[in-house]
Ligand binder design. Structure first.
Ligand SMILES: C[S@@+](CC[C@H](N)C(=O)[O-])C[C@H]1O[C@@H](n2cnc3c(N)ncnc32)[C@H](O)[C@@H]1O
Length: 155
């Protein structure tokens, strides 16, 4: 895997590796639960997606990040939205996703994109549902985004 100039993968510890396993297992349980409801469209939203790859602190090896794990969940989601502020991370993630028309990768502030663009399109009455992962380093998520997701009844 080649690294763009000055791009550094995050080094992640045991808790993050555990989180990644939970995201993958929870995602698979989530999509499986939709098997009896084929009319519902299910989306995966990774609001602080990262580059799609990290370095494990313990092994020093590359490990897959949450968006890459979401892409291999089976049964699959119907669409994916990955958002990250860091342009180098989204550029790397694009190389991992390839030319898939079910993936949208947004470079920018997650709260702004969720509030202004994405969450208003995830509509309960239009049979949309979404699993949203909010995974900032710190307090980067505006409460309004959380509120909108909760009130939608679809997230
Ligand atoms: C904890 S990491 C995400 C890890 C990823 N979810 C995973 O498990 O593989 C947090 C990410 O949030 C991004 N970030 C920081 N502030 C942001 C913002 N305001 N909007 C979107 N992304 C942001 C950082 O660039 C970083 O990649």
């Amino acid at each position: 895997m080649s690294e763009p100039a000055s791009f550094k993968f995050d080094e992640v510890g045991a808790w993050s590796e555990l989180k990644l396993e939970i995201v993958e297992k929870y995602g698979a349980a989530y999509t499986k639960a939709f098997a009896r409801h084929p009319s519902l469209k299910k989306y995966y939203v990774d609001s602080f997606s990262g580059a799609g790859a990290h370095i494990s602190k313990s092994t020093k090896k590359m490990i897959d990040g949450s968006p890459v794990r979401a892409l291999r969940i089976n049964p699959p989601f119907d669409g994916f939205h990955f958002i990250d502020l860091n342009q180098q991370k989204t550029a790397h993630l694009k190389t991992l996703c390839g030319a898939r028309d079910d993936v949208h990768i947004e470079t920018g502030d997650a709260s702004k994109y969720l509030i202004d663009q994405l969450l208003p399109t995830i509509n309960y009455t239009k049979f949309n549902r979404a699993l949203c992962l909010f995974d900032p380093y710190g307090l980067h998520l505006h409460w309004r985004a959380m509120e909108l997701a909760g009130k939608s009844g679809a997230v």
